[in-house]
Ligand binder design. Structure first.
Ligand code: FES
Length: 131
């Protein structure tokens, strides 16, 4: 099947129940997508599907046909940081860094949908990503 990942068409042959996280990491070598709990509890595997955050560990690759997938590798132009990534750097928001790609993508999705979110909207949007 063809997947649209970070603006490029990629050819993959996933297993019937293969998760998008596995496809991204193991077949496309996009290791910025982190796999931790593997059961929808931590958010470290968050990617954007048509601009909306999803847990890629719970998303079946075969269900992504025709969708626009954005991983942390595709969130910013080559050689530059996305403003959300820059904000994480500027404010020392990274600890070990394992959850950071998912946190950044959740924040990017929020700000794309609502450029001036209130505190409650931020809490809601980020509540699916544990540090
Ligand atoms: Fe997907 Fe934890 S690895 S939610």
């Amino acid at each position: 099947m063809q997947l649209e990942v970070n603006g490029r068409s990629r050819s993959v042959t996933p297993g019937p129940l293969e998760s998008l996280a596995e496809t991204l990491r193991d077949r496309l070598h996009l290791s910025g997508t982190k796999l931790s709990c593997g059961r929808g509890e931590c958010g470290s595997c968050t990617v954007l599907l048509d601009g909306r955050p999803v847990y890629s560990c719970l998303t079946i690759t075969n269900a992504c046909l025709g969708a626009r997938i954005t991983t942390i590798e595709g969130v910013a132009p080559a050689g530059r940081l996305h403003p959300v990534q820059q904000a994480f750097v500027d404010h020392d928001a990274v600890q070990c860094g394992f959850c950071t790609p998912g946190q950044v993508l959740a924040a990017v999705a929020l700000l794309d949908a609502d450029p001036e979110p209130d505190h409650q909207a931020i809490q809601r949007a980020m509540s699916g990503n544990l540090c």
